[in-house]
Structures are given as structure tokens and as C-alpha cells.
Design a protein around this ligand. Structure first.
Ligand code: FAD
Length: 419
């Protein structure tokens, strides 16, 4: 391969780092420059709401790669370096300090940012004790505030909100969670799992309120948040407020450069954008899923890694199209949740195992086919479930619920390729 070419990667999250290393591994012989606006050595984001917040892992163990690994693979890592613009005609990116950097191929792995709470009390910037959780800097700030006896109000009961709730309870804080929808995790899973997690959190002492909207943030003279005011008139005194109301894809660079952006940077199965010299991977992208027959945007580490590897394959003439089945995990209390597929549009949900014993799978079926599975504390079943979703296996609901029939046999019957 041509060693005069330069691959520039923007973003040092899971997607950007994987893309840079995978490209080198697949044979990219030219320069690789990895640019990231954060100043921390690239790190694992998932533990921020879990082990890192609980204090059971430290910042050093969050590192995606040791700093020596970048040098060893001849990847020029530039931290604290924000890209301001892309000049596609000149094949250059413009950095915040005004300098230009030429590229042969470019990868946008710009991820996302936390959606901000937009209510009275947020004018002039958030209070010092109100945080979203997206970065290591956010997590450090939150960890400094969440302690035994602290009154923590969490806005939003998606994964991040619920994981923070579990961690805060572990730390002995008093926790209230406000969710504007009728159930927790409404955007990502079915009603059975939502009800299960609601009961788990309540049992752990979380004051969980659904159909609860935030009307305003009350602040004191110093500007700190003192309470969250709810739509029904309730006033919840707070020492810390954590906002977990979703993510916005960072697409501004791509949009300004005239790339196709439709709720995310549009990419194909090789992570190529509407410009053949520009790739994109991770949370900032959308793609057409062959499995689901529609456009999807996935916010997960596995998707970031798969797209990054697909991009590296295409870059190095070793195509490796991304047709991976979506999957995700979440750790709350003693529960390891692993999810595969996309459950929306299901017409039946079958539970296999025991909700009481906290060990079960929820199978989501559409027209008899398994389209998604949530596995709680069932890692072996999850591996089979993932294959079943990928194969579009059909399964008999009654048999699925019957734990006397081995899942392996059942799914092998449903789709012989799984046997
Ligand atoms: C608290 C938390 C817990 C999570 N838990 C899980 C989990 O359990 N399982 C799971 O699968 N997923 C989890 N996720 C989601 C997962 O972390 C993301 O899907 C994944 O990190 C996406 O990686 P990415 O590289 O696409 O984007 P990001 O991780 O967002 O990285 C993008 C990077 O690009 C940088 N950047 C953006 N614009 C520019 C620019 N113009 N110039 C330079 N740099 C720029 C950003 O600063 C950032 O560092 C969690 C996320 C959070 C926040």
C-alpha cells in the first residue's frame, strides 16, 4: 500500500481508536493521525456510570489502549485537539488553532453529546451541581458529589439514568428518578423488562416516578441547584441533579461539509459516507439495516467497533461489510442485562426463566420470528439468542417458555443453521 497517504481520524472514542488500530493492522501503510478534543487518554465510556462512579475502578484502568500502544502502531495521537471544519475540495481538515491538516482518507468518529435539559433555571449554563454524564470529566464531577446521604435527583430513566441510580444507591445516596414516559427504558425495550427494572429499583430504595416531567430547576444565590420542580407541583430538594435524557449525534462538521446527514451521518455497510474518501463510524452515524429493513442509529460500543472494522477493511482493500446484529449490555446492581436485536414492532413477548429469581430471557417475536432478546443474568442463553436473531429464527412461543426444553435444541430446530 502507498505509504505517502494520510488517514486522519476525528474522535478518540471507541470508534475512532478502533478504526485507527484496525487500519494499521489491516495494512494501511501511510500516516495515521488520530485527533480528539478530549484531553484524557482514550477511555472506555460504559464504566463511567457503573464501576468508575462506584469507585471500584480508577481512571487508569479505563484506558482503551496504553499510551505506548499508539507509538508502537505509529498512530499520531493528538489530544485536546478540536477539528473546526472539513475542506473536502482541498482534502484538508482545519483545527481549532487555524492550522490545516491534509488527508487522503478521513474518518468522522465524532460520537455524540448529552442532550441538555431546557427548562427555566438552566439559563446562563447549568448549576455547578447539575451534570449530564457523557465524558470522564462529567463522571469525575459527579463522583465528587454523589456520596452517602446526598439527595440525588436523576432526570431520565434510560440506561444511563438507571445505571447512575444503581451506583448512587450503592454509595448510600438518597435517589429519586424522574421519567416523563409511562415506563422506564420505554425507548429501548418492551413493557415486561421495564416493569422488572422498575420493581428492582424500587426494592433497592429508589423513589422512581414515571409520568413525571421537570418544570424547572430551582437555584440559590450562588447559582447551585437546590431543588427540581415537577409538572405536578412537587418540589424535590436536591444536592445533586443528574440529567440523562439521551444523546445528540455530533454531525455539525459533516453537515457543514455537505455530507449526507439524516439524523446521523449516513453510511453504508463499509462505513463509507456520501463522499468515497470519507468514512464515519459509531454513535454519529445512521445506516440501513438489512436485517430490519429500515434506517437505524445505534448507540453502543459493539456497533462503534463493527463499523470501525468495516471502515478499516474497505480502506485496506479487505472488505468486511458490517451486517452485525445490534447488541448492548447494561449493569445495574447484581443484574447483567444483555440485549440483542431491536424489539420495536414485536407482536409477542415470551419470558423464559424466572423474574423473581432474576434470571430470565424476554424473547420478542414478530410473526413468529425472534427479532430481539433481552437476557438478564443469562449469558449462555444470550449467545444462542444472538445467533437466533441474526438467523431470523422462528420459534414456538409455548416451547420457548418451557425451560425443560434446552434452548439450544429449540433454536436449532427453528433454524437448522444454529445447530
Ligand atoms: C455513561 C455511559 C454508559 C454507557 N454504557 C454503555 C454500555 O454499557 N454498553 C454499550 O454498548 N454502550 C454504552 N454506552 C454507549 C457507548 O459508550 C457509546 O455507544 C460509544 O462510546 C460510542 O463511541 P463513539 O466512538 O462513536 O463516540 P464517543 O465515545 O462519543 O466518542 C467521540 C469522540 O469524538 C470527539 N469529538 C467530537 N467532535 C470532535 C471534533 N470536532 N474534533 C475532535 N474531536 C471530536 C468527542 O470529544 C469524543 O471523545 C454508554 C455511554 C455512556 C455515556
Amino acid at each position: 500500500m502507498d505509504n505517502t497517504e494520510t488517514l486522519v481520524v476525528i474522535g478518540t472514542g471507541h470508534a475512532g481508536v478502533e478504526l485507527a488500530f484496525a487500519a494499521r493492522q489491516q495494512g494501511w501503510a501511510g500516516a495515521i493521525v488520530l485527533l480528539g478534543e478530549e484531553s484524557h487518554l482514550p477511555y472506555h465510556r460504559p464504566p463511567l456510570s457503573k464501576a468508575f462512579l462506584c469507585g471500584t475502578v480508577d481512571a487508569a484502568s479505563l484506558a482503551l489502549r496504553q499510551d505506548t500502544a499508539f507509538e508502537k502502531s505509529d498512530i499520531a495521537l493528538r489530544l485536546g485537539c478540536r477539528v473546526r471544519a472539513i475542506d473536502r475540495a482541498a482534502h484538508e481538515v482545519v483545527l481549532d488553532d487555524g492550522t490545516a491538516l491534509a488527508y487522503t482518507k478521513l474518518a468522522l468518529c465524532t460520537g455524540g453529546r448529552a442532550r441538555a435539559l431546557d427548562v427555566p433555571g438552566m439559563e446562563g449554563g447549568p448549576p455547578s451541581n447539575l451534570h449530564s454524564l457523557r465524558t470522564q470529566t462529567d463522571a469525575l464531577a459527579i463522583a465528587g458529589l454523589v456520596r452517602e446521604g446526598a439527595r440525588v435527583v436523576i432526570v431520565g430513566a434510560g440506561y444511563v439514568g438507571l445505571e447512575v441510580a444503581a451506583s448512587a444507591r450503592k454509595l448510600g445516596a438518597t435517589v429519586t428518578v424522574l421519567e416523563s414516559q409511562a415506563r422506564v427504558l420505554a425507548r429501548v425495550t418492551g413493557a415486561t423488562l421495564s416493569a422488572f427494572y422498575e420493581s428492582v429499583h424500587r426494592e433497592a430504595g429508589v423513589d422512581l416516578r414515571t409520568n413525571a416531567s421537570v418544570q424547572a430547576i430551582e437555584r440559590d444565590a450562588s447559582g447551585a441547584a437546590t431543588a427540581v420542580l415537577c409538572g405536578d407541583g412537587t418540589r424535590l430538594p436536591a444536592d445533586v441533579v443528574i440529567v440523562g435524557i439521551g444523546m445528540l449525534a455530533n454531525t455539525a462538521l459533516a453537515e457543514a461539509a455537505g455530507l449526507r446527514v439524516e439524523g446521523g451521518i449516513v453510511v453504508d455497510e463499509h462505513a463509507v459516507t456520501s463522499d468515497p474518501d470519507i468514512f464515519s463510524a459509531g454513535d454519529c452515524t445512521v445506516h440501513d439495516s438489512a436485517l430490519y429493513g429500515r434506517r437505524v442509529r445505534l448507540e453502543s460500543v459493539p456497533n462503534a467497533l463493527e463499523q470501525a472494522r468495516a471502515a478499516a477493511g474497505w480502506l485496506c482493500d479487505k472488505p468486511r461489510p458490517n451486517h452485525a446484529v445490534p447488541w448492548f449490555w447494561s449493569d445495574q446492581y447484581d443484574l447483567k442485562l444483555q440485549m440483542t436485536g431491536l424489539a420495536d414492532g414485536h407482536d409477542a413477548c415470551v419470558v423464559r426463566g424466572s423474574l423473581v429469581e432474576r434470571s430470565f430471557c424476554a424473547f420478542y417475536l414478530r410473526a413468529g420470528r425472534v427479532i430481539a432478546v433481552d437476557a438478564v443474568n443469562r449469558p449462555a442463553d444470550f449467545m444462542l439468542a444472538k445467533k437466533a436473531v441474526a438467523a431470523g429464527a422462528c420459534a414456538d412461543p409455548q416451547a420457548l417458555a418451557d425451560t425443560s426444553i434446552a434452548l439450544k435444541d429449540l433454536l436449532a430446530l427453528a433454524s437448522p443453521s444454529l445447530g
